[in-house]
Design a protein around this ligand. Structure first.
Ligand code: FES
Ligand SMILES: [Fe+2]
Length: 357
């Protein structure tokens, strides 16, 4: 149960009151804590019981009840909960996209871009098969273009086969898409997974007209497991400012296509339409509630997925050995605009100057 007291402190506490078990979700928020609705025991944001109004002074004297809870960190309009061992709590990693100490052009907004779903309305499956999709670059060309018609309306899936490779980065894995565009320009595009569960996907609306260098993803999105068979996505959007410093009206996050191209609530589409025009939800959820890796036959086009699985396995082994997994930041000096590697670059053809002619 997460609450904010009137002084602004955020608490994340076990749901059931330690007195007689009533859910604290019905509690009353006060200046310095939350009162259980049943008999008004009051808990501070850190879980310490600070009042028991029905009790005798002698009983209250001890007041040694503590409600279990987790430390929280508020950033970019979201509340993060640390669930690891208290002594090992790392810093909240500050990636370049949302480190507004180093960029003044955006305001940060915590958002569920896809309602209660992850990107592409995916929801009812294990988080990993959704996460792997980020570095499954070939599905862009097949699922989102060749088989279902152009679902992005951009040059990302434009006709013709790009050069596609995959590589490890110092944060995770990315794909490298290089392609000549029909207008004569050149597109370099990378999407990156930042271990353990961040997805960085640069704008899928890219039109390939204006020259740009390393135009980064506008969202940092987390694939959040709800349980083993469900997930949802939540993002910090680096939203451009207007001239008054307010979020620019009418602008759209780079991965948001719901309203323009993928009309309506895709979850409730007629079955036949899902068969004719499948999207991410159909592709990923139908891999089974939990995809069975032993039944897969991975090929050369799945190298991004293989690299990701290896990196995750390494991280799991590190934790098992009592070491830090990937992307744990402990030194404040290292926690500044950490460079991410997902962007669109558009280059115009070299036009010989008059002098050269
Ligand atoms: S059950 Fe919460 S105060 Fe009694
Ligand atoms: Fe997709």
């Amino acid at each position: 149960m997460v609450f904010r007291d009137r002084a602004g402190n955020v608490g994340c506490l076990e749901l059931h009151c330690p007195h007689r078990g009533t859910s604290l979700e019905y509690g009353r928020v006060e200046e310095d804590g939350l009162r259980c609705c049943y008999h008004s025991w009051k808990f501070a944001a850190d879980g310490k019981c600070v009042d028991m109004p029905c009790e005798t002074p002698k009983f209250r004297e001890k007041m040694d009840v503590c409600q279990p809870g987790y430390p929280t960190h508020e950033f970019g309009g979201l509340i993060f909960v640390y669930m690891g061992p208290p002594a090992e709590m790392p810093l909240f990693p500050m990636y370049d996209i949302y480190d507004t100490r180093y960029r003044g052009d955006v305001v940060l907004r915590g958002m569920r871009l896809w309602e209660d779903h992850a990107i592409g309305f995916v929801r009812d499956c294990n988080w990993l098969q959704h996460y792997e999709n980020v570095v499954d670059a070939y599905h862009l060309l097949i699922l989102h273009a060749a088989n279902s018609g152009d679902q992005f309306g951009s040059v990302v899936t434009t006709s013709g086969w790009p050069e596609l490779t995959f590589e490890e980065t110092d944060l995770g894995v990315r794909y490298n898409m290089l392609r000549d565009l029909p207008n004569g320009n050149f597109l370099e595009r990378h999407a990156e997974v930042v271990l353990p569960n961040i997805a960085l996907i640069p704008s899928i609306h890219e039109q390939g007209v204006d020259a740009k260098e390393e135009f980064r993803a506008t969202e940092v999105s987390w694939a959040v497991p709800v349980d083993n068979e469900h997930l949802y996505g939540i993002s910090i959007v680096a939203w451009p400012k207007d001239k008054n410093g307010e979020p620019l009206e009418g602008w759209k996050p780079g991965i948001d296509t719901v309203t323009e191209i993928r009309l309506g609530n895709l979850r409730n589409r007629p079955y036949e339409e899902k068969q004719r025009y499948p999207d991410d939800m159909e592709a990923q959820e139908s891999q089974r509630p939990i995809a069975v890796h032993a039944l897969e036959n991975l090929g050369t086009s799945d190298r991004g997925i293989i690299l990701l699985r290896r990196a995750l396995k390494k991280a799991v082994e590190a934790v098992a050995a009592g070491k830090d997994p990937a992307n744990i930041v402990r030194d404040e000096a290292d926690n500044h605009a950490i460079k991410t590697h997902a962007w669109n670059t558009v280059r115009l053809p070299d036009i010989p100057s008059e002098a050269a002619e």
